[in-house]
Design a protein around this ligand. Structure first.
Ligand code: PXP
Length: 241
């Protein structure tokens, strides 16, 4: 039997992080999105944070207009960003928790504590034709709550798995496996991401029921090192007398 292909969402936030270090124009996240698309990304993922630390509003509009693959917009549950998302109409929004002092999305959304507020938001996105995914820990209570708010998808936070090793990592993998089994049995579509690398991704791929992975930091890190040699050679040529 042919296995369905795992969808690869490439998160390009850190291209924008590098650009924002100089607040200039390069590297351009749109160019990165087009390269990602050409190189096999099935989905482009970007996170428009409330503090705009990397992706800017104009990036979201330009990327949405220019890419052919679907756009996955990660966002906090906040009115301002919800309005932007409803205007841009990405294929999917992934709702994440957001704290200004964090360096990255450090935990999952506490859906169980947000049932009343999330229900109308999920409905609003569904009515706008936008798929909603909730970024949650592999926690059975959060999965049941995700069903209760009417979300069609969840994305399982793989950070604890990625940051652990040995027996602890096996335990984290078991938690993810259990979470995927429950979620799929309840009719949720399951995605996963955070901290995945070429080294640790295989065990996640082996879990049946996960349809999509969203990977950013390790891909951009690899790109920097794999591309450094040709960048230096390019400059060598540019300064040749
Ligand atoms: N999925 C979600 C919901 C995220 O917030 C992030 C980080 O932006 C990722 C996936 C990708 O994580 P990483 O950059 O560690 O691959």
């Amino acid at each position: 039997m042919m296995m369905p292909k795992l969808i690869l969402g490439v998160n390009i936030d850190h291209i924008a992080t590098l650009r924002q270090a100089r607040r200039g124009r390069m590297p351009d996240p749109l160019e990165a999105a087009l390269i990602a698309e050409e190189s096999g990304a099935d989905l482009i993922t970007i996170h428009l944070r409330e503090d705009r630390r990397h992706i800017q509003d104009h990036d979201v509009y330009r990327i949405k207009e220019s890419i052919r693959v679907p756009l996955n917009l990660e966002m906090a549950v906040c009115d301002e960003i919800i309005q932007i998302a409803l205007h841009i109409k990405p294929y999917k929004v992934t709702l994440v928790p957001e704290r200004r002092e964090e360096v990255t999305t450090e935990g999952g959304l506490n859906v169980a504590k947000m049932i009343q507020s999330l229900r109308p938001i999920c409905k609003q996105f569904a009515e706008a034709g936008i798929v909603v995914s909730l970024f949650i820990e592999p926690d059975l209570r959060q999965i049941q709550a995700s069903v209760a708010v009417g979300a069609p998808c969840i994305e399982i936070h793989t950070g604890a798995y990625s940051n652990s090793s040995g027996d602890d990592q096996d335990l984290e993998l078991d938690r993810i496996q259990e979470a995927v089994t429950l979620a799929t049995s309840l009719g949720l579509r399951v995605h996963a991401g955070h901290g995945l690398t070429r080294e640790n991704v295989r065990s996640i791929v082996a879990i049946s029921g996960i349809e999509e992975l969203n990977i950013g930091h390790s891909i951009i890190s690899d790109a920097v090192l794999l591309g450094l040699s040709s960048a230096i050679k390019g400059m060598r040529e540019a300064i040749a007398l």
